[in-house]
Design a protein around this ligand. Structure first.
Ligand SMILES: Nc1ncnc2c1ncn2[C@@H]1O[C@H](COP(=O)(O)OP(=O)(O)OP(=O)(O)O)[C@@H](O)[C@H]1O
Ligand SMILES: [Mg+2]
Length: 386
């Protein structure tokens, strides 16, 4: 199985890790980035909000948004042979939006007017879909960069995996909706939005806003919308170009999930949506699977546990061994449930898409050595490494 992801790292330019919130997207993308660097690739990891301890362990300033190279000493200290390189860029929605406006604005005056608008801060950070869309924009910006062989894209912590794919549409809906268009037309015709005109509109929302804020605020909104549409050469077209760049053959989708049925169902929906756009996921990664003890190993007895506790000088009270045995039974039960849920994914996924299983390690993956544990499970030992 693990050869499949190794082959992906050798043949695809972009690997995009998507999935529900908290399932291990950032960990998987970082582990795949490390695996690719160990295979001699020059890797760029576009990541979002990695755990502070992981960033520290890689020697990265966790607030910096420019490209940061992981120093070879970091790998040496962890005993890892890394023949390629690993560069990390942390995605920040506002910074990406800012540099997009900087690069597209035709004049400094226009750029300053857009960035100075009261709406700008909201649109560039809070509007639903902006974060996901900006991750796509960033990828679009670096996709052809000749300094990198492989680019890993981590996706934002949305509760639904599909939010990522729908982001351009949602943004376009918000910025280019019929209501907004009506609003812009009205503004452009009259040159200014009079309260009178607002009173006559059918939209109770606009009427309400007009009453509360007066015409000035709405004028700012209309100016902003017109300018931002101009800037992007039509927001809708821009979003389409960026989104379609993500459907190319050189982009591989790695769908990350936990063994939880909800999360599994979500990645299957995601795969169906991709399929409807002619894209097949390159792999599923099922992360944090509970361990099921070997059926041939007899379960520990109370005396076994008591002996181990005594050997380590641990006193957990009279019922200590029972509590430990109960925890072990729970763990086994969780493992059995995971296997049951996984069977559903195996049955539903088309047989050609590899499904990788990553165990729930006893500790968080917060340093480069542990990242290598995950990399080894996903990709296997590095070819040619001793
Ligand atoms: N296989 C694993 N074993 C143990 N801990 C893990 C494993 N995979 C991930 N973790 C830990 O789980 C936590 C969440 O992982 P991660 O940040 O990668 O998830 P995410 O999908 O990126 O979350 P978000 O949606 O919030 O961005 C981290 O603390 C990470 O170290
Ligand atoms: Mg994350």
């Amino acid at each position: 199985m693990s050869e499949d992801l190794g082959r992906l790292l050798d043949t695809r330019r972009v690997l995009l890790c998507a999935g529900c919130g908290g399932v291990g997207k950032t960990t998987t993308s970082a582990a795949l980035g490390l695996a690719a660097a160990r295979r001699g690739k020059r890797v760029l990891c576009l990541t979002i909000d990695p755990a502070r301890r992981l960033a520290e362990s890689l020697g990265l300033a966790s607030v910096a948004t420019e490209a940061q190279v992981v120093m070879p000493e970091v790998f040496e200290r962890a005993g890892l042979d890394v023949t390629g390189s690993l560069t990390v860029m942390m995605l920040d929605t506002k910074t990406t939006f800012d540099s997009l406006v900087d690069s597209l604005a035709k004049s400094a005056e226009k750029r300053d007017r857009i960035k100075g608008n009261v709406l700008y801060k909201y649109i560039s950070t809070k509007l639903a879909g902006t974060q996901e869309y900006m991750a796509m924009e960033k990828l679009y910006a670096v996709k052809e960069d000749p300094n990198y062989d492989v680019i890993l894209l981590d996706t934002p912590p949305t509760s639904h995996a599909l939010d990522f794919l729908d982001a351009p549409e949602r943004l376009v809906d918000a910025i280019d909706s019929p209501a907004v268009r009506w609003f812009l037309d009205a503004f452009q015709q009259s040159g200014r939005l009079s309260l009178n005109l607002l009173q006559r509109t059918a939209s109770s929302v606009l009427r309400g806003i007009g009453r509360i804020t007066g015409g000035g605020f709405l004028e700012q909104v209309a100016t902003f919308m017109t300018e931002i549409n101009e800037l992007f050469g039509g927001w809708k077209q821009r979003a389409q170009v960026v989104a379609s760049a993500l459907r190319g053959d050189d982009v591989a989708y790695v769908l990350v999930t936990s063994p939880d049925p909800m999360s599994l169902r979500e990645v299957r929906f995601f795969a169906e949506r991709l399929a409807s756009q002619g894209v097949r996921p390159a792999a599923y990664v099922v992360n944090r699977i509970h361990h099921v003890p070997d059926a041939n190993t007899p379960p520990a007895t109370r005396d076994d546990v008591a002996a181990v506790l005594a050997r380590h000088g641990l006193d957990l009270g009279g019922d200590g061994p029972e509590r430990i045995l109960e925890a072990a039974r729970m763990e086994r039960r969780l493992g059995e449930l995971d296997q049951l849920h996984l069977a559903a994914l195996d049955g539903a996924s088309d047989t050609k898409t590899p499904v990788l299983h990553v165990p729930d390690f006893p500790r968080d993956i917060h340093d480069v050595g542990r990242l290598a544990w995950v990399a080894d499970v996903l990709v296997g030992p590095t070819p040619g490494a001793s």
